[in-house]
Design a protein around this ligand. Structure first.
Ligand code: AHR
Length: 509
């Protein structure tokens, strides 16, 4: 009997030592002697376009709606957005911006003209949400305004008058008109975009023409009482030539040029599904998200050639996942579900931005509500917070923090022809001197043990879920949400046990 018990103990300890050695070991070391330029809060910006149910229903329901609202804005959405400290909102587009006449969206709502939203479903645009509604919304949320001016079909004079309407004080006729429409004080337009995707929906221009036109528009983009941070319309993904020509022709008239990068699992024709996707598409999507890092390196090298002092910033003012829209949803509305995979893409992308703070001073996820990689989905009076929302919530401490290089010694995650590091990390110190660490295990099957060179205590929250496409629905809105999480000390060092497909953000004391 004794012998049997001893044998059983032997097998158990063998199994224990086997499972300990099978544990995937990763090390993360943070170089606190090398602080980088600040992670600008604006890197956590968002994008709200007149597209599908993004503005109407998603943000604006009107004062007479039975849906609880604050002066026409959905109360639940406003509260949720305030919680994640949205620093900046880009509006009114997107493609919509280059077909927008600002005069359509001012004055008594009943007298505003109805137009057709040509880019997004050809649906009626009532203009119920215009300049006043947007600028007041930014104030309600506590965000800065990033106004996208029409360069594709508008004139420099229209843009200049719009700016005067919003920002002039004194006796200007446009300032008086604004007051007559209900806004006494000028608003602050902190950021101004000049054109959007000028190579595509914003005018199908060649970079040489867009560069020259941007100079012209840029020189009329004057505000009353200071100047906006001016962003020229940049290229998409790996269009390095656009960056080169735009920098050469217009760089010195702007504070930033933009870059758009969407993470698409397959291709622009069949993009792939938001949920119910095959397991290979998990890895492909994350690999495609990580590809942004290398693209930024190349765009930045081109910018360095024209601007070695790094005066001109890069504004990644559209980024996020883009899937085939939800079956049964209105064509052209770009409504898609949002799963744990989207939170992973957001974590990897934000970590990339943390590594590129020398140039990346603003970024805007596409989009805020009900469109593409949304924070929030709504269905009449119901609302849900997506995994991407929870990720942004976890990452709030990184807004305005000072990043430090994190060296990750990680095995690879290999699936088909996907071969990427299994673990990603980011570390930064906030304004109160607290160190924050983000750890991402993107392997969907294997847990990891991450040993850091930090000492002390680590507490925070973690986001994970049972399946690679776990998501929240209106009936089950809490399937994916953060849980409490902490590290432990082993041999004097902080160690983190992270399950498969999980993201943790901890404060280190
Ligand atoms: O975000 C949706 C669309 O994607 C934007 O309107 C456009 O700029 C981009 O092509």
């Amino acid at each position: 009997m004794k012998r049997i018990r001893q044998a059983a103990i032997g097998v158990a300890s063998l199994l224990m030592s086997y499972s300990a050695s099978a544990q995937v070991e990763v090390s993360v070391s943070v170089d606190t002697t090398k602080p980088g330029p600040k992670i600008e809060r604006a890197v956590y910006g968002q994008f709200a376009e007149h597209l599908g149910r993004g503005i109407y229903e998603g943000i604006w329901v009107g004062k007479d709606s039975s849906i609880p609202n604050v002066k026409g804005y959905r109360k639940d959405v406003v509260e949720a957005l305030r919680k994640i400290k949205v620093p900046v909102i880009r509006w009114p587009g997107g493609c919509f911006a280059d077909d927008y006449d600002w005069r359509d969206g001012i004055g008594p709502a009943a007298q505003r003209p109805e137009r057709m939203n040509k880019f997004w479903g050809g649906v009626p645009e009532t203009n119920a949400f215009g300049t006043h509604e947007f600028m007041d919304f930014t104030e309600l949320i506590g965000a800065d305004a990033y106004v996208a001016a029409n360069m594709g079909s508008g004139t420099p004079r229209e843009m200049a008058r719009w700016l005067e309407y919003m920002t002039a004080d004194g006796t200007s006729t446009l300032a008086k008109e604004r007051r007559a429409n209900g806004r006494e004080k000028p608003w602050k337009v902190k950021y101004l975009g000049v054109g959007n995707e000028s190579w595509g929906c914003g005018g199908e221009m060649r970079p040489e023409f867009a560069g020259d036109l941007s100079r012209q528009f840029g020189s009329y983009a004057r505000l009353h009482g200071g100047s906006a941070f001016r962003v020229a319309s940049g290229g998409s993904a790996d269009d390095f030539n656009w960056t080169d020509v735009m920098m050469e022709r217009a760089g010195k008239y702007f504070d930033a040029i933009s870059l758009h990068y969407y993470t698409i699992p397959l291709d622009w024709g069949t993009k792939g599904q938001a949920t119910g996707f095959p397991k290979e598409e998990w890895g492909i999507t994350l690999r495609n998200a990580q590809a942004l890092d290398g693209m930024l390196v190349r765009h930045e090298a081109i910018m360095d050639k024209h601007d070695p002092e790094k005066r001109v910033a890069l504004s990644v003012d559209e980024w996020g996942t883009w899937y085939d829209q939800e079956p049964g949803s209105t064509p052209g509305f770009l409504y898609q579900q949002n799963s744990l995979r989207d939170a992973m893409v957001a974590a990897l992308t934000l970590n990339i931005f943390h590594r590129h703070t020398e140039r990346v001073k603003m970024a805007n996820i596409a989009q805020m509500v009900n469109v593409l990689q949304a924070m929030i989905l709504t269905d009449k009076e119901r609302m849900l917070l997506t995994p991407t929302y929870h990720l942004f919530d976890l990452y709030v401490p990184f807004q305005g923090a000072i990043p430090f290089p994190a060296k990750v010694n990680s095995p690879r995650y290999i699936e088909g022809d996907v071969d990427i590091p299994m673990v990603d990390a980011s570390a930064a110190k906030d304004a109160n001197g607290k160190m924050w660490l983000s750890l991402v295990n993107l392997d969907p099957n294997k847990a990891v043990r991450i040993t850091t060179d930090f000492t002390g205590k680590a507490k925070g929250r973690m986001l994970t879920a049972a399946k690679i496409d776990s998501h929240n629905t209106f009936d089950k809105p809490d399937t994916v949400k953060p849980v409490a999480y902490s590290g432990r000390t082993v041999g004097g060092k902080l160690v983190f046990d992270l399950p498969a497909k999980a993201i943790a953000v901890v404060e280190i004391n």
